[in-house]
Design a protein around this ligand. Sequence first.
Ligand code: 6GU
Length: 236
Amino acid sequence: MNSANRFDIITIFPDYLAPLKLSLIGKAEAAGIIEIGIHDLREQTSDLHGSVDDTPYGGGAGMVMSPEPWGKAIDSVIELAPDELHELIVLTPAGEKLTQEMASELTKSRHLIFACGRYEGIDIRVSDFYASEKNFKVREISIGDYVLGGGEVATLVIMEAIIRLLPGVIGNPASLDEESHTLKSTRGALVEYPSYTKPQEWRGLSVPNVLLSGNHGEIAKWRMQQALIRTKKLAD
Ligand code: 6GU
């Protein structure tokens, strides 16, 4: 059987990706739903110090990651999923912003390669080269309007958003349905309604009566109202 989605991550800090062994993603890997490879970029360097960066052409502050170690690392992970279409994800604050819709699209990809840049980013010719290769798609993705030290944490975020959507990963897939209905709704993006569990009273705070009523129509109405209120608050 060859049905697992494959994720290869290239980084100079492989230990940063240790959380992939935990929780939902760790279990999905153990169950054979996904395969994960973590690769140290420095293994692709040939000089004594394992240099992965150099000064920018045109001058300016900071360092730029050199294309050759990246080319070698990406070529080597292609061989781990030889017959698939490869999707290279370059993590950069200059990329398109991650959305739920994008995460959902990425579940269809059989082989995702995450290139975790550090410093001022990766020489753009790496993206340009693979974008022109057959069986390759390249996407530059950001997880929000702030700057991180590197793409590793962004990779964890994106992988978690994708993997929890894969069949068999979440115990009760109905919870995904409800979530996506709430998210889409009629006006684009609604956030989730608030949740309550037992006990019925906690530190003087009670669960709203409607949730105890057993009236599913009224409960759905209340939840929709609450989601709208929360969404509106965020927009203010
Ligand atoms: Cl993907 N990388 C870095 N370095 N900073 C970010 C980011 C990615 N997304 C938001 N900020």
